[in-house]
Write a protein that binds this ligand. Structure first.
Ligand code: CO8
Length: 258
């Protein structure tokens, strides 16, 4: 088992849990956190016994952004040549669905990390924002791109240009979060959602995630073509036959992930 210093990693049944663990810095995302989260997520992704991943933080902070103290002295050239935080692209590319369970601050890179996940469950204490403008920079891990796709241009522009934070209720109204739950129930709700996903047939779950991703990245006609092909490909799986037979026979399906 790999040793991690900035995250806690645990497997519960078919769910992989990654807990950001830099309480002294409100889980600020430095290079080590990036490397460790990406390593843990890609290892879960490669494990056929894992059907869903949860990423969470502490009660006070999911993550308060990229690590400002680590970035402060860097030059533009350092950023380009070091591909600072380039590894997050590997996190966004995992095939297994990822649930962000957000309590407290999800700011800057923290909000961007949540937006790289497929489902965002927010505690009623959660606060989202892209406050980079206050630091003389802009979002750099998707905040100007994914946020617009989630909440539309005008809401995203206001948040990015003013640095204003949104509470959980506003984030839900705006479409940034899947659901808001009481803070005390956040991890239980995340666990239930993750176990539900992990109980489905993995080939169909992978196909669903890939098709949803395609919707974010492609024009409609191309996305529809992708969906049609992915839909057809599932008819060659054991689990499609099993799922439909189980429906006809009025029983629960026994998926074999093949
Ligand atoms: N980086 C480093 N340290 C941090 C960060 C951070 N983002 N956020 C908090 N901390 C540290 C604080 O410095 C403090 O440490 P110390 O006790 O040693 O001074 C500790 O965490 C606790 O923080 P506070 O005392 O500030 O706690 P408060 O409750 O008073 O305030 C806030 C909480 C409002 C969250 C406040 O900490 C804050 O504003 N944090 C910064 C938020 C921010 O600006 N985030 C955006 C960062 S930039 C970014 O994310 C860019 C992403 C794209 C990068 C792409 C690269 C290619």
């Amino acid at each position: 088992m790999t040793e991690y210093e900035t995250i806690l990693v645990e497997t519960r049944g078919r769910v992989g849990w990654i807990t950001l663990n830099r309480p002294e810095a409100l889980n600020a995302l430095n290079s080590q956190v990036c490397a460790e989260v990406v390593a843990a997520a890609t290892a879960f992704d490669a494990d056929p016994d894992i059907g869903a991943i949860v990423v969470t933080g502490s009660e006070r902070a999911f993550a308060a952004g990229a690590d400002i103290k680590e970035m402060e002295s860097k030059t533009g050239l350092d950023m380009v040549m070091g591909d600072h935080f380039g590894g997050w692209a590997d996190f966004a590319a995992v095939r297994t669905p990822v649930i962000a369970a957000v309590s407290g601050y999800a700011l800057g890179g923290g909000c961007e990390l949540a937006m790289m996940c497929d489902i965002i469950l927010a505690a009623d204490t959660a606060k989202f924002g892209q406050p980079e403008i206050n630091l003389g920079v802009i979002p750099g891990m998707g905040g100007t791109q994914r946020l617009i796709r989630a909440v539309g241009y005008y809401k995203a522009a206001e948040l990015v240009l003013t640095g204003r934070l949104m509470d959980a209720a506003e984030a839900e109204r705006a479409g940034l979060v899947s659901r808001v739950v009481p803070a005390t129930e956040l991890l239980a709700e995340a666990s239930t959602a993750a176990e539900t996903i992990a109980s489905k047939s993995l080939p169909s779950v992978f196909a669903a995630k890939a098709a949803l991703d395609a919707a974010m990245e492609t024009p409609l006609a191309e996305g529809l073509r992708f969906e049609k092909q992915a839909f057809a490909s599932l008819f060659d799986t054991h689990d499609q036959k099993e799922g439909m037979a189980a429906f006809r026979e009025k029983r629960a399906p026994a998926f074999e992930n093949r």
